[in-house]
Design a protein around this ligand. Structure first.
Ligand SMILES: CC(C)(COP(=O)(O)OP(=O)(O)OC[C@H]1O[C@@H](n2cnc3c(N)ncnc32)[C@H](O)[C@@H]1OP(=O)(O)O)[C@@H](O)C(=O)NCCC(=O)NCCS
Length: 203
């Protein structure tokens, strides 16, 4: 099965709606937002690359997001507050595997917005989409074990710690370990009330 067959429009990702956030297709107009996001060392402290220092890096990221979407290996949505246009984060399904029906989740939110449950909402919407219309059966996350915010977020959504890989990354000269977490569709906690579980596409 090709998860893209389920998308209403194969040329771009569908917009997914939470109560306060929307996950939408990233456009050329979002380069500044991506630069602000990934240029913040607080956001990239445990990321797989150091903070951006030039806007061009964000432009190349967007090109790469679109190229990998066309290949079908990566779906990366921009996170916006509903009713606003500016991208304040991204939410990702990477290494999408259509044979084994699994993918890796990733997320980043502007540091000024942390601590309000916004990424929790976005992640819930992403998981619903992955296990619903996309038909995936397993989601994985690779997290720096010191990244307690991220680990807490994933565990709140039912991810279990499944493994520990030593010295897996080398970022900005620093070697980092990985905690590996997994969530199976069949063990997903029931969606909480007050949150849409049906992805909504917009023109
Ligand atoms: C990890 C990250 C996405 C978390 O974003 P977030 O929006 O703060 O996360 P949550 O949705 O889980 O928010 C939870 C916090 O908001 C609080 N909160 C406030 N209102 C809330 C609400 N309505 N619902 C849920 N939580 C709420 C919670 O109590 C919790 O606070 P705590 O962390 O002190 O316990 C963010 O810290 C980030 O972008 N980090 C850098 C990038 C990164 O490391 N990504 C992961 C790589 S694997």
């Amino acid at each position: 099965m090709d998860p893209r067959d389920e998308a209403p429009d194969r040329d771009r990702l569908p917009t997914l709606l939470g109560e306060r956030v929307a996950l939408r297709w990233l456009e050329a107009r979002d380069v500044d937002g991506l630069f602000t996001l990934f240029g913040d060392p607080k956001v990239t402290e445990y990321w797989s690359w150091p903070a951006y220092t030039a806007r061009d890096q964000a432009a190349r990221l967007l090109e790469s997001i679109h190229a990998h979407f066309r290949e079908g290996s990566l779906y990366q949505w921009g996170v916006v507050l509903r009713g606003e246009d500016r991208v304040i984060g991204t939410c990702t399904l990477a290494s999408i595997d259509r044979t084994h029906l699994r993918a890796e989740v990733g997320f980043a939110l502007a540091s000024a917005r942390w601590g309000r449950g916004l990424m929790g909402e976005a992640l819930a919407v992403l998981i619903d989409h992955a296990f619903g219309p996309l038909g995936l059966r397993r989601l994985e996350a690779d997290v720096d074990p010191r990244n307690h915010r991220s680990l807490a977020l994933l565990e709140r959504h039912g991810f279990r710690r499944e493994g520990y890989l030593r010295e897996r990354w080398r970022v900005g000269g620093e070697v980092q370990d990985s905690a590996l977490l997994g969530l199976l569709a069949r063990e997903r906690p029931r969606p909480s009330d007050g949150r849409r579980t049906t992805p909504t596409s917009t023109p």
